[in-house]
Design a protein around this ligand. Structure first.
Ligand SMILES: [Zn+2]
Length: 446
């Protein structure tokens, strides 16, 4: 039996069903599961001293494009709006190979791990030069994060009136066939699974109505989740009204893209009727505040969504539109952005942390993650509250108001991924050198 004991945390935010907060607490982990929570626990196990620390559940990232960590801060895309931004980046992404996908995924996931993230989804929707979804799955397995990659897709290229160049889109029959292949090969539905695959056409404007419908049928048949971008900004709403004759929420409903097995990224522009629809059907939302700020998309009505009962999680989104992938910083941004729109009581530090932990886990269909409770998976973030960022805080458990943005220890399924602020599963200097070399090669070829 593998065991690990976290001993003597100053504060433990459980995010359990009662949102209990404990002081001087220990957590005993056995075989990847939380076995006991309390004070003065005794066990024959390696010990992590959590004195001076705040313990939270590992954070959940519900929206990312890991491959984009190779195209951060591209000059021509730094100040562009969404559609222009995409048109700048597509030709660069068209040069990616399996090596680019693997390396950029490891960089993105290592960055997430350092920011306290234990569970991440990914949305990979382009497959140039032999790239495949498993390039990212193998990358995640080495990093040691719980991973929910989605097989994304685009099928409407420029010659059909779409945005992406024709060489970045695929035939719809090929897309569906590859979805089946990767689900059969890599999807593990078991509780505690380290890899669950989803189906994720890029957005309603990059595939046909038929593919959206077929994707929903396939996902239901296979028992996997559905994900896409929805209602991201005003252009997106205008496109939907013009092309489909309805708002994005209605379009999703028509195509059977609502339900507890569906989550949509952004949803900045959902109206009251769409929020009610999402609440009624249990359709999830991946809120990406930094990306929405960076692209000037607007402020998602997260408070209204949560009050209505919509499951909301947090996403850093791809590093071409963030450009950082720090999830705890993202949670702080979520809190601040709601306050810009709706006042200082619009979202508390604890509410934002809840969205970032159990909120996201629920959106991804993982109620066994995102909380510290006996029987839950042992995905735990340990934050050092003795540093300069917390010095003088009257409430260190209000981590997002004053606290570190790099985790001290991160445990995933009972295994250490970060120890003393360092990723221990990877050769980080080697990884950064590979990523830098690949980025420079892409620049040189432009
Ligand atoms: Zn996105």
């Amino acid at each position: 039996m593998s065991r690990l004991l976290l001993r003597g945390a100053d504060h433990l935010l459980t995010m359990d069903d009662d949102r209990r907060e404990l002081t001087g607490a220990d957590v005993l982990i056995e075989n990847g599961v939380i076995a006991e929570i309390g004070a003065g626990l005794q066990a024959d196990a390696p010990v992590i001293d959590a004195g001076g620390c705040v313990i939270t559940p590992g954070l959940t990232n519900t929206h990312h494009h890991l491959y984009q960590s190779l195209t951060r801060a591209v000059p021509a895309a730094q100040d562009a709006l969404l559609f222009g931004w995409l048109e700048t980046l597509y030709p660069i992404w068209a040069r990616f190979t399996p090596e680019h996908m693997f390396t950029s995924a490891q960089v993105g996931l290592a960055e997430l791990a350092l920011s306290g993230c234990s569970l991440s989804s990914d949305h990979l929707y382009l497959y140039p030069n032999g790239a495949r979804l498993e390039d990212t799955i193998h990358a995640a397995a080495e990093v040691g994060l719980r991973f929910q990659p989605t097989r994304g897709a685009m099928s409407i290229g420029r010659s059909q009136g779409g945005l992406p160049p024709d060489d970045l889109v695929e035939r719809e029959a090929d897309i569906l066939e590859d979805c089946i292949r990767v689900i059969d090969a890599f999807h593990d539905p078991a509780p505690g699974s380290m890899c669950r695959v989803g189906v994720a056409p890029c957005s309603p404007f990059s595939v046909t109505r038929d593919l959206m419908r077929e994707a929903a049928l396939l996902a239901r048949d296979k028992g996997v989740m559905l994900h896409t971008h929805l209602a991201e900004n005003d252009e997106d709403i205008a496109y939907s009204l013009e092309t489909f004759g309805c708002r994005p929420g209605q379009y999703a409903q028509e195509l059977d893209w609502v339900g507890p097995d569906v989550w949509h990224a952004h949803c900045v522009k959902l109206d009251a009727e769409e929020i009610a629809l999402f609440a009624q059907t249990g359709t999830g939302v991946a809120h990406c505040p930094c990306s929405n700020c960076r692209l000037g998309s607007g402020i998602a009505p997260v408070r209204q969504m949560r009050e209505a009962g919509v499951p909301v999680g947090l996403g850093v989104d791809g590093s071409a539109s963030n450009d950082a992938g720090n999830l705890v910083a993202e949670a702080r941004q979520a809190m601040l952005l709601q306050r810009v729109a709706q006042g200082a009581d619009a979202m508390s530090a604890r509410a934002a942390l809840e969205i970032a932990t159990r909120g996201g886990a629920d959106v991804l269909g993982r109620p066994e993650c995102g909380r510290i409770a006996v029987g839950a998976r042992a995905d735990i973030a340990v934050w050092d509250a003795s540093g300069i960022e917390t010095a003088g805080s009257w409430d260190p458990a209000a981590l997002l108001l004053a606290g570190p943005t790099v985790v001290h220890d991160l445990i995933v399924e009972g295994r250490e991924v970060v120890r003393d602020g360092q990723v221990v599963t990877l050769d980080m200097p080697g990884l950064i050198a590979r990523q830098t070399r690949l980025a420079h090669q892409l620049m040189d070829r432009l």
